[in-house]
Design a protein around this ligand. Structure first.
Ligand code: ADP
Ligand code: ZN
Length: 191
């Protein structure tokens, strides 16, 4: 065993909508602050649900966050005393977020990224799969399937109450009635 523990790594929290990614991210942020770590929290400007300047869970808990147009803006927003960088909705950033996360971790910062691993079609979403590959720790959360009560790994998109097809935009942050948690077997994509 190597007795030297070096600081700096990447954690990914992934899963479908309602799986508790934001809840788990907020929990880790709270515990880091209890440990007197200096935490900087970021989210992409695209997610305007609830309060724009906060990470918010569907269970109502929230913590303040800085909004970014691009992941590279993190370099302007962090000071030398920051030990932990938390990023929610990481799937909405460009691939350059992977380089930013790697550089932060190489410099001794604990990087915690939460985001969707699949889009509403079940296709790997943006930079999340690459982040999962390069991360030291990956936590994959499951929601509850609203159809069968099983473990839900997917996000069902509904348009006017019916399964959405593949032709709509992948990114449509919005009301909960448009998206629901479903398992592999209950998940539908219209053709
Ligand atoms: P995510 O960030 O993954 O979308 P959130 O942290 O915002 O998840 O929300 C998780 C909370 O959503 C749960 O604690 C629960 O209160 C609520 N919730 C609503 N619908 C479901 C569902 N189908 N399965 C699990 N949790 C759900
Ligand atoms: Zn199901």
């Amino acid at each position: 065993m190597n007795p030297v523990t070096r600081e700096g790594w990447i954690e990914v929290i992934c899963g479908g909508m309602f799986s508790g990614k934001s809840e788990e991210l907020i929990r880790r942020i709270r515990r880091a602050r209890i440990a007197r770590q200096n935490v900087a929290v970021f989210k992409p400007a695209v997610d305007t649900r609830y309060r724009p300047e906060a990470v918010t869970s569907h269970n109502g808990i929230q913590t303040d966050a800085m909004m970014l147009e691009k992941a590279t803006q993190i370099w302007e927003k962090i000071s030398p005393e920051i030990n932990v960088v938390a990023i929610d909705e990481v799937q909405f950033f460009e691939d350059e977020v992977v380089t930013v996360a790697q550089t932060l971790a190489d410099r001794g910062i604990r990087v915690i990224c939460a985001g969707l691993d699949q889009d509403f079609r079940g296709v790997p979403f943006g930079p999340t799969p690459t982040l999962m590959a390069v991360a030291e720790y990956v936590t994959k959360l499951q929601a509850i399937c609203v159809r069968c009560g099983g473990s839900a790994s997917r996000t069902q998109r509904l348009l006017n109450g019916r399964a959405a097809g593949t032709d709509g935009p992948v990114i449509q942050v919005g009301a909960s009635e448009q998206y629901e948690a479903r398992c592999r077997h209950c998940h539908e994509v219209a053709v």
